[in-house]
Design a protein around this ligand. Structure first.
Ligand SMILES: Nc1ncnc2c1ncn2[C@@H]1O[C@H](COP(=O)(O)OP(=O)(O)O)[C@@H](O)[C@H]1O
Ligand SMILES: [Mg+2]
Length: 146
């Protein structure tokens, strides 16, 4: 039985579509929902003995946090089910898998693609990693072709 669904959003239309599918499932099953946005923190990569370190993502600001919270609240408002929202920091796929484990959710819902939708791959790197490493069932929502 579905009692608790974790839904991951990243600001992309694909993730909003996935969230709405997840909400629909929650309405039918009376599952509770946790909606999460992971603010990607810069991984620090060593690049040789003398050159120091390179950051591959910008550091996160209060404005990023406020924007993520606002997006979550807007989605939650129209969900039609009780939704708990949270913003986490870290590497998205790892954080999502850890959170799914920690909360003991029955299903993790993600979009097939996210913000870098221009690429030739069918699945984004986060959804790909989640399909391989999640500790629970996963629903990857691809938008229907019209
Ligand atoms: N930072 C994030 N926080 C929460 N969910 C995320 C994050 N990044 C990706 N996701 C989830 O994974 C799905 C696929 O995104 P991703 O694999 O990053 O694709 P892309 O490579 O197109 O950006 C998104 O629709 C969203 O559900
Ligand atoms: Mg992405």
């Amino acid at each position: 039985m579905l009692q608790h669904i974790l839904i991951a959003v990243d600001g992309s239309p694909s993730s909003h579509h996935a969230a709405n599918q997840g909400f629909g499932l929650a309405r039918q099953t009376r599952a509770k929902v946790t909606l999460v946005f992971v603010l990607e923190t810069p991984p620090v990569i060593p690049v040789g003995p003398l050159s120091g370190y390179v950051m591959t993502a910008p550091p996160r600001t209060e404005a990023d946090l406020a924007k993520a919270r606002a997006e979550l609240h807007e989605l939650a408002r129209d969900a039609g089910v009780p939704v708990e929202t949270r913003v986490e920091l870290g590497a998205p796929a790892d954080v999502l898998c850890e959170l799914a484990e920690r909360l003991g959710v029955d299903l993790l819902v993600v979009g097939a693609r996210g913000l870098s939708a221009g690429s030739r791959w069918l699945l984004g790197s986060v959804s790909d990693r989640i399909v391989h490493h999640a500790p629970c069932p996963v629903m990857v929502v691809r938008e229907r072709k019209r």
